[in-house]
Design a protein. Sequence first.
Length: 416
Amino acid sequence: MKTFAQLYQEVLQNALHDPEKLNDTRAFSDEQKNQLDCLLNPQKHPVVWQVEPCDCTTQRHCVDVCPLNAIFATQPGKIAIDMQKCTGCAQCIEHCKGHKLVASRDIIPALQAVRAHQGPTYALVAPAFLGQFGPQMTPGKLRQSMKMIGFDGMIEVALFADILTLKEALEFDRNILTQSDYQLTSCCCPVWIGMIVKLYPELLAHLPASVSPMIASGRAIKHLHPDALTVFIGPCLAKKSEARERDIQDAVDYVLTFAEMQDVFDALQIDPSSLPESQKDHASYAGRSYAYAGGVSHAVAHTVESIHPNREIGVHTVRADGVPACKELLNQIRNGEISANFFEGMGCKGGCVGGPKRILDPAAAKENVQAYASQSLYTSPADNPYVIELLGRLGFDTIDSLLENDHLFTRHFPLS
């Protein structure tokens, strides 16, 4: 019987080259039919799949490590995942001794949608993309490869990280003037946000009234092009879970990982590093720095200083990366043991460059991102003319209007 990996490759090839074969399941076992349903209809399933029965009879490592108690045993060899609790942190996949758990693979319906869509299609690429598809790959070459797949355009989500950095900096600047004990957290990591919402509701007041850069980019594209199809691409499994959340599911139609995109490049024999350039330069150093641990807090602190130089109370940060470290930091905040006023939480060790579906080693990826960030013409979102231009096109008369109750970039907590 085919392994899941073999079935996935066969189905992917059929989806790309002979879609009619997807309807012939006569030779499939019940287990293979379930795997096929996961591949063709991933939205019906959790973002973590059990592709084979497990061998664990006593200790369930996947259950033990889940920070949100989203996994439970149902019968011998079987587990179930609560889709409402799971954030996609991938701890269960990492600790599954039998390698029976895999990350959701949404590439087949996503590619089918891109090819069939009548309106514009956009690839929204996470800031951690530098070097993920080969050492010679540049942003311009990646943009060309996306066009070869069928996308009409590629957007660097770092530009929207700029906008959210500016929004958080403005929120911090406004509140710290009247509340000397004011504390704020980062908004970009769905694992960090999910842990606060589901495990530490008493800390909800520290969450910024902001969506993540992924959601901001999807909403902005759909505001400017209501008939657009949006596909986010990054190293993060948790973004798949985030895109499904009820209050923000209007933004991104599909979420794919770098590993999934590499599968597509391989299947279509596309080598991004061999393609011509199609370069655009929109994001600042701050926005591009969101990809690695410490980048978000540095971006917010630098932007606050740009907005209000020499202020009496500055941004004093503390950060945590990796689920255990995030949980430890949240415990310290809850117990009043932290005097900092800005908290950066990243669910993956090293930040987004350490995401579970990355291709490149996190240390090398961080170096690539830092080098790319240093090439930006702008150090802060407040200095970035593309941010101001885009905000104007989206209906924001001034940067201060980002703090109004807008429908694009604002999120309300607690979630009902």
